[in-house]
Write a protein that binds this ligand. Structure first.
Ligand code: PEP
Ligand code: MG
Length: 757
């Protein structure tokens, strides 16, 4: 059973488009379940109905033409109830709706299961038989399992069609939206430039060319180069390799000699496709058909074709390294964006970023925030091969990407960009004014940094200190652990730029999803594993070098604060402070004029919330990392697009935890700050101020918006609002209450652009 399931899913996975995916489903399912009919109906929201998209057993003329309205027929019933319907006598059921065009009359028994992806019903998978019998529990379970596994593949295939502007039944569609997670806020509209990894046939985009002769020449030369390699390999391995294995090179040579594959590529090039795209297209088609073969020997030939064509592709790419053109409104798109990809693009041409993999705390997202580039990460259903040259909208506020925008939608986003610009210009006036409420309550607005460019932008925005310098950023950008001296000079830049204002340096916070390329941590459950202080306490040599570098960098400036991430117990603070003291004593002994820094802990885990009082007593300040605190209180992976809708810092449990931490820290007379994304959300910032946070530390791009909102209200009003929302029971209601209050205070303009959820 499992084998059958696996082989169907694998076959469907390798289909080239929606239509062939559905054809494979219906033929393989009816074969596996031994049914006379198997059909797939998909929802087409443009026509408000379920269209018969593929069928084995029903009349083929009906496929693509017959549809049922929403809720109509048994298919409508399955979709509406989002549950299976299993009937002995389908035509006796009150919902039965006869479709004469399909020729389904003789088929009496019916089993339909919904195809559900991300809570929405994409369509219905149906099997039917002439015989009047109920499908048994095993058959029902098989179809349900299969449907659940196929939903993602079908959604992806549908998305590929949608990118080309067509709905499942071939109607024109627009405003196709793909969801991911926000990497960096802001909106960008521009032209997609897809960057693909070298020599990877799966990710070569299709591009049109005009110089066809040039492409043909490139292709022929590359093909010849691979032929030469194969002959050389064959010759050179004589006597070293068993004859049977050497034969493989001969097989390859024959595949190249046989001009079938080459001819198809040449045909594609003659049709105006560039050589790399033509080769990838033909190779992928052949690989797919070999992979579907039932004969094991033939199936394995798929690997040979992949290998051979990858070699040709590598030559093509070497001969003509892709000189990507970056239009002046470039939206950079890749399966997995890397900082070096960013570095290739002229800065003035880069508008936004989209990455299929990765998360809001990926390396690239951190850089994007520093550069103020709207970014969406983790857009898992995005068919990137189809995107090159297409107009895209990046909605970094909501973590969404939109293609084929209608004029109205484009206009709406353009208005947002314009409003943002006007707003930003208007806010410059308050840069040097204090952050205080209308009734003179003073709050300190600090910034989060990682790169030196963040520091420069932050000073421009009137920041009063650095509340979080993510020291892992320079570590991530390095190819090995930076030496003590290298670290000291990086830290000195930050300390000097802000001097005499305080700079809070967090000790190395790797693990979770922040992997150093030279220090990989492979774990089944990385967010609950070796992360933050746990790593550095296990490697005191790394921790001590970092502390020494920080202390040395602060000589003469004395504005250093050290902060410890991922603290879950008092003993971790004891161990860390011992190491800090040891480094301090060593430096004194070495004759350096260092001053002992203020030391603080991050409250990021529920365990630390409940022990906030004890922890606060041991240090000079505490700072809440609300990004992690939200993920750990709600048990929602902060980077997983599937559960992104559950990740919400306005959840009453999160708010109660925050309030508790402030009260506990203040009872110990210690300063309390917050440095998660929440602090930069103007609505949340009002609540945090009312709770009593002394410092709000945020991304510099949101600082003036937060200041403007705080300057527009009174502490009294903020506290009333806080009391009111603390009685509410769910995050959405709380968000609405905050929005409403700010609307009434006349500052809602600032909200839309910077809200976290
Ligand atoms: C946090 O968890 O809120 C935080 C500020 O740290 P990071 O986002 O780097 O994990
Ligand atoms: Mg954190």
């Amino acid at each position: 059973m499992l084998d059958r399931l696996r082989s169907i899913v694998q076959a469907v996975n390798s289909a080239k488009d929606l239509r062939s995916a559905l054809d494979i489903i219906v033929s393989r399912v009816s074969e596996a379940m031994d049914t006379e009919v198997c059909s797939v109906y998909l929802l087409d929201s443009d026509i408000n109905g379920h269209v018969l998209m593929a069928s084995q057993g029903l009349k083929q003329e009906a496929v693509g033409h017959v549809s049922l309205g929403l809720g109509e027929g048994l298919v409508g019933l399955v979709a509406q109830q989002a549950e299976p319907v299993n009937l002995v006598d389908a035509d006796q059921h009150p919902s039965f709706h006869f479709l004469p065009e399909t020729g389904e009359e003789p088929f009496k028994s019916f089993l339909g299961v919904p195809i559900i992806h991300h809570r929405s019903v994409l369509g219905v998978l149906v099997v039917q038989n002439r015989e009047r019998r109920r499908f048994d529990a095993g058959e029902e379970a098989f179809l349900i399992t299969l449907s659940a596994q196929l939903a993602g593949v079908i959604a992806h295939a549908e998305a590929t069609g949608a990118i080309q502007g067509t709905s499942p039944s071939g109607h024109k569609t627009a405003d196709t939206t793909f969801s991911g997670v926000s990497g960096s806020s802001g909106v960008a509209i521009g032209t997609a430039v897809v960057i693909f990894p070298p020599a990877d046939l799966r990710h070569v985009p299709m591009r049109a060319v005009t110089d066809i002769d040039h492409e043909l020449e490139l292709f022929n030369n590359s093909l010849q180069a691979v032929r030469n390699d194969m002959s050389a390999l064959y010759e050179n391995t004589a006597g070293h390799m068993p004859e049977g294995e050497r034969e493989l090179f001969n097989v390859y040579l024959h595949m190249l000699d046989d001009d079938a594959l080459g001819r198809e590529v040449v045909e594609q090039i003659r049709n105006g496709v560039w050589a790399q795209g033509a080769l990838a297209h033909v190779a992928n088609e052949h690989v797919r058909s070999f992979e579907l073969m039932s004969d094991k020997y033939l199936r394995e030939r798929a690997v040979d074709i992949k290998d051979l064509c990858s070699r040709v592709l590598a030559y093509l790419q070497e001969r003509e390294p892709v000189k990507t053109e970056y239009p002046e409104d470039t939206i950079l798109v890749s399966e997995e964006l890397t900082p070096s990809m960013l570095a290739e693009v002229p800065k003035e041409n880069l508008r936004g970023l989209i990455s299929v993999k990765g998360s809001g705390s990926s390396h690239v997202a951190i850089l994007a925030r520093g550069m103020g580039l709207p970014t969406v990460m983790g857009v898992v259903d995005l068919p990137i091969n189809q995107l090159d040259g297409k107009e895209m909208i990046v909605d970094g506020y909501n973590g969404q990407v939109i293609s084929n925008p209608t004029d109205q939608l484009r206009q709406r986003f353009q208005d947002t960009i314009r409003e943002e610009d006007v707003l930003t210009q208007g806010l410059a006036d308050i840069k040097d004014l204090p952050c205080e409420t209308a009734d003179h309550h003073r709050v300190h607005l600090w910034v989060n940094t990682g790169l030196i460019s963040d520091v420069i932008r932050s000073l421009d925005q009137g920041a009063e200190g650095i509340g979080l310098f993510r020291t892992e950023v320079p570590f991530l950008l390095s190819e090995r652990f930076p030496s003590e001296q290298e670290q000291a000079s990086i830290y000195r830049e930050q300390l000097q730029a802000f001097s005499p204002m305080p700079v809070t340096m967090r000790t190395l916070d790797v693990g979770g999803d922040k992997d150093l390329p030279y220090f990989p941590i492979e774990e089944a459950n990385p967010f609950l594993g070796w992360r933050g202080i746990r790593v550095t306490l296990d490697h005191p040599e790394i921790f001590s070098a970092q502390i020494r570098a920080m202390l040395k960098a602060s000589i003469g400036l004395n504005n250093l604060q050290i902060m410890l991430p991922m603290i879950s117990s008092v003993s971790e603070v004891v161990a860390s402070t011992q190491l800090i003291k040891k480094a301090y004593r060593e430096l004194l002994q070495e004759g350096h004029d260092v001053k002992y820094p203020r030391v603080g802990v991050m409250i990021e885990l529920p365990a630390a919330v409940y022990q906030a009082r004890s922890l606060a007593r041991m240090v000079d300040f505490v700072s809440v990392g609300s990004n992690d605190l939200t993920q750990y209180i709600l048990a929602v992976d902060r980077n997983n697009p599937r559960v992104a809708n559950l990740y919400n810092s306005f959840h009453p449990s999160v708010l109660q935890a925050l309030r508790h931490v402030v009260s506990e820290a203040h009872q110990e007379g210690k300063q309390v700050s917050i440095c998660g994304e929440m602090a930069g959300d103007p609505g949340a910032a009002v609540l945090l101020m009312a709770m009593g946070f002394d410092v709000l530390s945020m991304n510099s791009s949101t600082l003036l918006k937060v200041k403007s909102v705080i300057r527009s209200i009174t502490m009294d009003a903020a506290q009333d609002l806080l009391e009111q929302v603390m009685l509410l029971e769910d995050a959405q209601t709380i968000r609405s209450a905050v929005d409403m209050a700010l609307y009434n205070a006349g500052v809602d303009r600032l909200l839309r652009s910077s809200r976290i959820h």
